[in-house]
Design a protein around this ligand. Sequence first.
Ligand SMILES: Nc1ncnc2c1ncn2[C@@H]1O[C@H](COP(=O)(O)OP(=O)(O)OP(=O)(O)O)[C@@H](O)[C@H]1O
Length: 323
Amino acid sequence: MTAAIHTEGLTKQFSNGRGCRDVSITVQEGEAFGFLGPNGAGKSTFVKMLVGLTYPTGGSASIFGHPIHSIEAKGQIGYLPELFRYQEWLTGEEVMKLHAKLCGVSSSDAKRRIPELLDEVGLGSRGKGKVKDYSKGMQQRLGLAAALVSDPKLIFLDEPSSALDPVGRKEVRSILQRLKAQGKTIFLNSHMLEDVEAVCDQIALLNNGEILRTGDVGSVLQQRITYRFKVGGYTPVILTWLQEETGIEIQVDSKTAGSLPASQEQHSTWLVAELDNEEQAGWINSLIMEQGMTLYEVNRVTGKLEDWFLTAVSGLSHRGEHE
Ligand SMILES: Nc1ncnc2c1ncn2[C@@H]1O[C@H](COP(=O)(O)OP(=O)(O)OP(=O)(O)O)[C@@H](O)[C@H]1O
């Protein structure tokens, strides 16, 4: 099967030495690919090369087997840029019509698709209003609808929910999941790791313009995760019982143990355990309470993808921005 995206050593070096270097990836049709990286890592530059907005200075790339910059490649893609800006003097509907026309969408298809898409991104009748009166979040929603107007097979989304509130972010996540279920290929640049976890199959982490790490989201999510339980009425006897009952290594968090006066330590203690899933955390919660301890708080220490990201970039001298 021809890959939706294939790049070999794709490079864009700006005159200041920045950009991205030697990026080789393959994204199969129907896959969702998450491109992560600190600010300035080169993610947008990479996408701009693939959608034909900037020319590579090295390497090669194809979209469904067609060289990037070819009409055949461009005919398959939709793109929501990171720094979106639409014609302020037009209405949302007019922007959509313009994009439909530029993409060669027939007027009957455009007439059907535009109201559907405006509804789907939550703009609905606001599509009749001028872009100049839109909030930034509304403009981003319009950009997402415009990226989908040609019903593209491959959609590049560069930070699609950066301007949205939590409700809007959740809506966009659902749209991405629906697009994926329809078999679309999605290339997602995002700092929203929950979105990447929910939607993507594969991920790559870019740092200083180069791929630092790649992974399969399923495997990353299967990794164990640290939970902390703040309890009252702790005794070593109960802890031993908990460990025997669950077969899980649960320990007093050494960061807090001994740091408080004995009286307070007895009153409130952090227990820490590496768990496979949330069900185990729930099980430990109920056992803690059954044993007469008080459960004050439960923390999932970090998200799993966040762990993967932070571990990869920790200790790097040039995180993101090149010197
Ligand atoms: N036209 C340009 N000329 C010179 N340098 C540029 C140009 N465009 C981007 N850069 C530099 O290239 C590097 C990569 O930028 P890019 O916008 O691709 O990063 P990014 O990973 O998308 O960042 P962010 O997460 O902040 O959006 C940065 O150091 C940036 O300053």
